[in-house]
Design a protein around this ligand. Structure first.
Ligand code: ATP
Ligand code: MG
Length: 265
């Protein structure tokens, strides 16, 4: 299978903007996976090798150069999160179809290989949820119910292996931006992180230049990754998004997806 996936890091890779926004120190040791009823009580979901192959999920396949690119991304992200005491990462792009969901899944699976690190991946693209389709998962209640505080975290999350929990979604929400900036969503997500003792939370989001959803949600995250598509995203789009993000959060970096030339890290 040939996948033209490379991750490259645009300009000053992983430059930390707005460093003065850091409010907490990194926990010394990541929480152990000892007895923890909330995490262990999540229902399991098995990601089949066929789904991996069909959908371009390369994380874990160490002989694939694209997997190496995701491991590099994972380690850079993890180091930056730890150094700054950050945990939550929004993954967005300038326009649709840049590869946000595929990058989010591969990054989550690569993070999940880190022993003692709990990663949560949530579908926050309430208009066009993509994770359930990509992972061939059945999702129970809609993410909207969870964000409105109307259902429990165990209803929306599935455990995929020991270290990764995935919250997929099958239903789009009419008032996506309004839900994402609501008090109920912030409360539900904070409680989720505490209950699960999550170390990293990845939010797969919608594109920035088509809706206000990402801007609405940014107060809930510590930092953001912008996924640009080579030969599709323009410099002006990337620049506009980086500026918008940098005014509101910490920009971890830009992942250049669908790059036909070698990875530049
Ligand atoms: N590097 C890549 N190589 C090959 N195909 C890719 C790559 N990245 C993404 N794709 C394909 O492009 C399509 C869009 O990818 P994906 O759904 O991840 O993008 P998205 O930005 O999340 O889209 P949306 O804006 O609709 O949520 C999918 O069919 C995916 O398999
Ligand atoms: Mg998507």
């Amino acid at each position: 299978m040939s996948i033209d996936m490379r991750s490259a890091f645009h300009r000053e890779a992983f430059k930390i903007h707005n460093a003065d926004r850091v409010v907490a120190q990194a926990p010394d040791a990541l929480s152990s996976l000892s007895k923890d009823s909330s995490w262990l009580s999540l229902r399991e979901f098995r990601l089949s090798s066929q789904t991996r192959a069909n959908r371009g999920i390369v994380a874990g396949n160490k002989s694939d150069p694209a997997c190496v690119a995701f491991d590099l991304l994972r380690t850079k992200v993890m180091q930056t999160l730890k150094q700054n005491g950050w945990r939550s990462v929004a993954i967005t792009s300038p326009m649709p179809r840049c590869g946000k969901s595929l990058v989010a899944v591969n990054l989550a699976l690569s993070l999940a290989e880190l022993e003692g690190t709990r990663t949560v991946l949530l579908d926050m693209d309430l208009r066009n949820p993509g994770l359930a389709r990509l992972l061939e998962m059945d999702a129970s209640p809609s993410m909207e119910f969870f964000l409105r505080g109307e259902c429990d975290v165990a209803d929306v999350l599935r455990l995929c292996g020991r270290n990764l929990a995935v919250g997929a979604n099958l239903w789009s929400a009419r008032l996506a931006s309004e839900i994402l900036q609501g008090e109920a969503a912030a409360t539900a997500l904070k409680a989720m992180v505490q209950d699960l003792r999550a170390d990293v939370v990845l939010y797969d989001m919608t594109s920035m230049l088509t809706h206000d959803d990402v801007l609405a949600f940014l107060p809930n995250v510590d930092c953001a990754i912008l996924v640009a598509a080579a030969e599709q995203s323009t410099f002006a789009e990337i620049d506009a998004c980086e500026r918008m993000l940098a005014e509101r959060t910490n920009v971890l970096g830009v992942v250049l997806n669908r790059c036909r030339h070698g990875a530049v890290c």
